[in-house]
Design a protein around this ligand. Structure first.
Ligand code: 5AD
Ligand code: SF4
Length: 439
């Protein structure tokens, strides 16, 4: 009875959430639901949420309330919450947004078509939450991908690290890996469908394991997939980044010379209480090895300021780390208490105005290192994988270098083409240059 029921799905948060939304679309389409990109014509509105910071949840709640108000004119509209906030709040979601009908965490999506069927067949208006399946890795489901050049492929789910500030292990459950056969076949499928680039996803890809297959083994095998042009992966936990992975990346080929390596802090005092499992010195040693083996590698990171007990001296060590590593980009955050985590038991003693001010200093410094690393590229030739017409100029296309930098190139190109470009300028965060025939 779901024929022609239209679903609008809105997604927030990390790349894993975007991938999960593609799985949800695939599950729904296979049961004859229609996906719409216009919420006004939807019979069902789903929001895939993020819990990593308070702010992310507040945004999702605002969005849910505004969709909830559509029920005044459309009483049969079904409103569902997916993702990490759904897992974290469960039944409580009903108190936060009374208009919500369905609440499903990241390990419960297989039940979604059935629960929507029930809602459409007379149970409309009820409130339902589904049980999560702790071992769920969505084996056998192929994501319903949007067009683009990059396909995400999940290789593992969950996290066992329990960094003291982080809610992820509580909402996404224990680590579990997918079989190499399934991953490789999904990559082959993506390439056949015209995606030249694949990004392997996991909360901590370095702890991927399937029988005796480790992450470097898997990466090496995926790199052999015929027709694949570029291979990336996120996220790497610095503690688990192995020598084997570095040597595997150093072989080059389709494996891109760029790595996202979240440091979180540059202070041993803070890293210890964050439960990160490495010291500043160990982190820097891995950075040195990466640069020795892969000289042109670009490094990006996540940094947190204002963690409980963080002194100005601790924070200075984070700024020092940014200078020393010369990150190509950094995602910077101020600490936000997550109920139920170990850090929530600590005294959140850094005042909000100090958190904001430290965040601003981190942003300003990473801009500087990012800018100087881009300026070093002027005069060099880079291979740009063309993605989209430039959002800023009808006469240019936008793409990415193997190192992950955005590049703007005047001319008319095809999505998915790889072209040599001579870098002439840095414009904002982007490289700018013309297609070249020089070598
Ligand atoms: N407060 C602020 N930022 C957080 N992150 C994780 N938990 C929190 C929190 N409680 C950041 C970390 C992580 C990124 C995905 O989000 O930097 O790497
Ligand atoms: Fe959170 Fe740490 Fe796991 Fe990353 S590694 S998801 S920061 S607990």
């Amino acid at each position: 009875m779901n024929a022609a029921a239209k679903v609008f799905l809105d997604s927030y948060g990390c790349q894993m959430n975007l991938y999960d939304s593609e799985l949800v679309c695939s599950l729904l389409r296979s049961e004859d639901y229609l996906i719409t990109y216009d919420y006004r014509e939807a019979d069902i509105i789903l929001i895939n949420t993020c819990s990593v910071r308070e702010h992310a949840e507040q945004r999702a709640i605002g969005r849910l309330r505004s969709f909830g108000s559509l029920k005044k004119n459309k009483p049969r509209l079904i409103l569902g919450v997916l993702g990490c906030m759904a897992e974290r709040l469960g039944e409580k979601m009903k108190e936060v947004v009374p208009d919500v009908n369905l609440v499903l965490g990241p390990a419960a999506y297989r039940d979604l078509p059935r629960l929507l069927d029930e809602q459409l067949n007379g149970h409309n208006g009820q409130f339902i939450t589904a049980q999560s399946n702790p071992g769920e890795n969505y084996s056998g489901i192929r994501p319903d991908r949007r067009e683009g050049v990059n396909a995400f492929v999940s290789i593992m789910r969950g996290c066992d690290n329990f960094c003291s500030y982080c809610i992820v292990p509580y909402v996404r459950g224990r680590e579990r890996s997918r079989s190499p056969e399934e991953i490789i076949s999904e990559v082959q499928d993506a390439v056949k469908c015209g995606f030249p680039e694949v990004t392997l996803l996991g909360q901590n890809v370095n702890s991927y394991r399937w029988q005796d297959v480790s992450f470097p083994d898997l990466l090496g095998a995926v790199a052999e997939v015929e027709g694949l042009k570029r291979l990336r992966f996120v996220t790497s936990h610095p503690r688990d980044l192995s020598y084997d992975l570095i040597t595997c990346m150093a072989k080059g080929g389709v494996i891109c010379p760029s790595l996202h390596l979240p440091a979180q802090s540059g202070s041993d005092h803070t890293l210890k209480r964050m439960n990160r499992g490495y010291t500043r010195g160990q982190y820097l040693e891995k950075v040195r090895k990466l640069r020795d083996f892969i000289p042109r590698i670009t490094l990006t990171t996540d940094l947190l300021c204002g963690f409980p007990g963080e002194t100005e001296d601790d924070f200075q060590e984070t700024l020092d780390l940014i200078r020393e590593v010369e990150y190509d980009d950094a995602f910077t955050f101020k600490y936000s208490v997550r109920e139920g985590t170990q850090a929530a038991e600590m005294n959140d003693d850094v005042p909000e105005n100090v958190k904001i001010e430290r965040l601003e200093r981190m942003i300003a410094l990473t801009r500087k290192t990012a800018d100087s690393s881009r300026k070093n590229m002027i005069g060099k030739i880079v291979e740009v994988l063309i993605e989209n017409p430039s959002p800023k100029s009808a006469l240019e296309w936008q793409g990415r270098t193997a190192c992950g930098r955005v590049a703007l190139v005047p001319g008319d190109f095809q999505r998915g083409e790889i072209i040599p470009v001579k870098v002439e300028e840095v414009r904002g965060f982007s490289l700018w240059g013309n297609k070249t025939t020089d070598n």
